[in-house]
Design a protein around this ligand. Sequence first.
Ligand code: FE
Length: 202
Amino acid sequence: MTHTLPKLPYAMNALEPHISERTLEFHYGKHHQAYVDNLNKFVKDTDLENKTLVEVIRASAGKSDMVPIFNNAAQVWNHTFYWHSMSPDGGGMPSGKLLEMLLASFGDLAKFEEQFKQAAISQFGSGWAWLVYEDGALKVTKTSNAETPLTGKQKPLLTCDVWEHAYYLDYQNRRPDYVGTFFGHLANWDFAAANLEDALKG
Ligand code: FE
C-alpha cells in the first residue's frame, strides 16, 4: 500500500494564536509529508510494502536493519496522533471516565498537569510526551526521537510533540511556554476520552 498524508482535522490557521499557520505549513506540510514520502521510499520492494502503517511500525521496531523504516513509519503515526491531540477548542477540563481515571491515577488534576509538563520539558532533545493507559491506570510517559508507546502494551491517549520543529518558529527555545500553551489551550480531552474508551474495550 502507498502511505498518504492524512488530512489535518482543522484549518492550517485554526490553532492561532497558540500555534501559527506558518508552523503548521512546515510541521504538517513539510515534516509530516517528508516522513510519509520517506516511508514509501524505504518500504518499496520489501516484505513490508503491503503492510498497514501500524504493522510496519511493529514489524520494524527494535530491528537494527530497519531503523529508517521504523523512524519514518512511527513519525507518520505519531504526528497524525498529535494533530488529533490538539483542537482549536482544546484545553479546559477533562470529564467523565477520563476525569475519574485521572483523579484515581494521579490524585488530582494539578499533579497530572505537573507530571505531563515535566515529561515534556525534561525530554532531552527530540521526542514526545504522552498520556497512556496501562494495566487499569493512566500514566504519563515520554519517548525520544520517533519512539512510540504503540510498540509496547501501553495504549496512547494523548501526545505532545517536543521536537523543536513543533515550536521553534513560535516559541524559539521556550519549550516550557509551548508546553504550557499546549496543555492550557490546545489539549483535546475529547480525543483522549475516545482513546480511553477504546483502550478499556481492550
Ligand atoms: Fe513533529
